[in-house]
Ligand binder design. Structure first.
Ligand code: PLP
Length: 363
């Protein structure tokens, strides 16, 4: 018999792939702006690092991730004993749930928040409390009210996917200061390197003060390594030690370890990616404005645009024109579509296909 938490679980819905759409429509020159990947690729240093490792594929990877952890330790100014590597940050999010939540125990998440938190929590049959969002973002005051003696984990995506909303420094600090000790806060900073705001709290800097704070980050987004799967958690030594008890011994493969280490050292690539993202964001917003559309202001490398009740038809029309975006009805946003910021010509094409799709549904 299937375990209770898994019985009615709906699998995570990834964005449609280019290959899939090519097969379905026989189209070429398809662009995917659906999974918040870096349209600029990855640092050239990563390919060189991967090629080196190709000579030793018969070997197991370094299960301790020693080199990458050392590089992260230097980069972040924290000790290696606070780092847990994962097969994507998804992996560490799941480890957190499995380590700290028993059936019936509480998990607090926000409405419109990243789907993996609920998915992982449901799978262990947790009691999930989904707190209504405030202007599409996490309402930390309301989330605090939802925390009780039974609560084990609280997930905060900062910025959140798919809305792109952020919680500010004072707001987060006020939340952490009043949080009871039985609860661990997971601050998911998958888009950390993209954020361009003075008010943005750096979770790693807050960890000294709040031992129950866990920060997760990834190489899948700005570093452009989504295909290799590598992310990490930063937490107290005690939490890290617990996570390592159930971590698969070789959860990060050798190519991913080498590529991530190389990616971390190419600061220029990260800076250029961030700058180009901001420009692309501006390009899309100006285009949405010209089309008479509103959007949710985003701190990430993606944006939710409000296209109205025919969002699904618009999505389908854009697909047929070879542009893949992401419907977000399953996130409680039935009138929005999420688009990843692309290269300038991709953004231009997205706007053109959106324009045509809007005309089609209006007639
Ligand atoms: C993309 C994403 C992740 C992690 O993805 P991985 O590829 O598993 O590292 C985590 N959280 C949010 C909010 C994301 O959007």
């Amino acid at each position: 018999m299937t375990a209770a938490g898994v019985r009615d679980l709906q699998p995570y819905q990834p964005g449609k792939s280019v290959e899939e759409l090519e097969r379905e429509l026989g189209l070429s020159s398809i662009i995917k702006m659906a999974s918040n990947e870096n349209p600029w690729g990855a640092s050239p240093a990563t390919a060189a690092a991967v090629v080196q490792v190709l000579n030793g594929l018969e070997r197991y990877p370094d299960g301790s991730g020693h080199r990458l952890k050392n590089a992260l330790s230097d980069h972040l100014g924290i000790s290696c004993g606070k780092i847990t590597l994962g097969n994507g940050s998804n992996d560490v999010l799941e480890l957190l749930v499995r380590c700290f939540v028993e059936p019936g125990e509480g998990v607090v998440v926000s409405e419109h928040a990243f789907a993996v938190y609920t998915l992982a929590s449901k799978s262990v049959n947790a009691t999930i409390s989904t707190v209504p969002a405030c202007r599409y973002g996490h309402d930390l005051e309301a989330m605090l009210q939802a925390v009780d003696d039974n609560t084990k984990l609280i997930f905060i995506a900062n910025p959140n996917n798919p809305t792109g909303t952020c919680v500010g420094y004072d707001e987060l600090l006020g939340f952490l200061e009043r949080l009871p000790e039985n609860a661990i806060t997971v601050l998911d900073e998958a888009y950390f390197e993209y954020v361009d705001s003075r008010d943005y709290p750096n979770g790693v800097e807050l960890m000294e003060r709040f031992p129950g704070l866990v920060v997760t980050r990834t190489f899948s987004k700005i570093y452009g390594l989504a295909g290799l799967r590598v992310g990490y958690a930063i937490a107290s030594e005690a939490i890290t030690e617990t996570l390592n008890r159930i971590r698969q011994p070789f959860n990060v493969n050798s190519l991913a370890l080498a590529a991530a280490e190389a990616a971390l050292s190419d600061e220029q690539f990260v800076r250029v990616s961030r700058e180009e993202n901001l420009k692309g964001m501006g390009q899309l917003c100006r285009g949405f404005e010209a089309l008479g559309l509103s959007w949710i202001s985003s701190s990430g490398n993606f944006i939710c645009v409000k296209v109205g009740s025919k969002a699904n038809q618009i999505y389908t029309s854009m697909l047929s024109q070879g542009v893949i975006v992401r419907p977000v009805a399953n996130y409680g946003l039935p009138e929005h579509l999420r688009a990843t910021i692309g290269l300038p010509p991709e953004n231009q094409r997205l706007l053109e296909t959106l324009d045509l799709a809007l005309r089609q549904v209006r007639v």
